[in-house]
Design a protein around this ligand. Structure first.
Ligand SMILES: [Zn+2]
Length: 237
């Protein structure tokens, strides 16, 4: 299995690795990687893999049969090659900020409004959160957003750790769908603790301090059927 370096260090922009396999000339598996694969509503990390000053652009990263596979723009890399990798930091950092912001807004909607989060998708220019909530009140919603921004400006520390399943079940603020559905073969869980706020099981990339998010604002709010709401938010810049 590829060692996923982003699990404990989301700020790693450059690393070295050895190619474990190459499929169809363009799908590369490394012994370790800091490239985040497309998953859980968060897009993949872009960047380059270089060998002997030849750069191969990473155009997609996905998880297939448990392995993180990097799709490069052309053939040439081979099994056993020692490579240097560089992450597109601007892109990753935006996702780290919006991902952490999504935890905060979702946490407030759950704790204060009793909403149930049903989905999320991050994009470079906006992020989406889907939730179920009866009796929707626009003014109250604005208060939740204001509270999310207050939480962001408190500069809360965000801690990443790996925990055993049993420890994770005890420490989680809530049993997310993911947590409830931990398959038995999962022995270790990645925990994301926003100090004095929430602890969740999540595999994505996050900032170290909520202050780095700077703030969010709402772009659009949709009512999609009876209790289904969809909100689009954007980072303050
Ligand atoms: Zn997360």
């Amino acid at each position: 299995m590829t060692k996923a370096l982003y699990m404990l260090d989301c700020y790693l922009k450059e690393f070295e690795a050895i190619i474990k396999s190459v499929k169809d000339g363009k799908f590369v598996v490394l012994d370790q990687t800091a490239f985040y694969p497309n998953s859980g509503g968060q897009p993949y990390d872009a960047g380059v893999i270089s060998k002997d000053n030849e750069a191969y652009k990473v155009v997609y990263v996905g998880k297939f049969s448990g392995e993180i596979s990097h799709e490069v723009d052309r053939e040439g890399l081979k099994e056993g090659d020692k490579v240097k990798c560089r992450i597109d930091w601007e892109r990753l950092y935006k996702f780290m900020r919006s991902h952490t912001a999504a935890h905060i807004l979702a946490g407030i909607l759950e704790k204060d409004a009793g909403a149930k989060i049903t989905g999320n998708q991050l994009e470079l220019d906006k992020s989406r959160l889907d939730f179920n909530l009866e009796n929707f009140d626009r003014e109250k919603f604005n208060q939740y957003v204001a509270k999310a921004n207050e939480t962001i400006s408190k500069n809360l520390k965000v801690n990443l750790s790996l925990a055993s399943r049993e420890e994770a079940e005890q420490r989680l603020s809530r049993l997310t769908n993911l947590a409830k559905g931990f398959p038995p073969e999962i022995k270790e869980v990645r925990l994301v603790e926003i100090e004095q706020f929430t602890t969740e099981a999540c595999g994505g990339t996050h900032v170290k301090n909520t202050g780095e998010i700077k703030g969010i604002y709402i772009l659009k709010l949709d009512n999609k059927g009876k209790d289904n709401r969809r909100v689009y938010f954007k980072l303050v810049d």
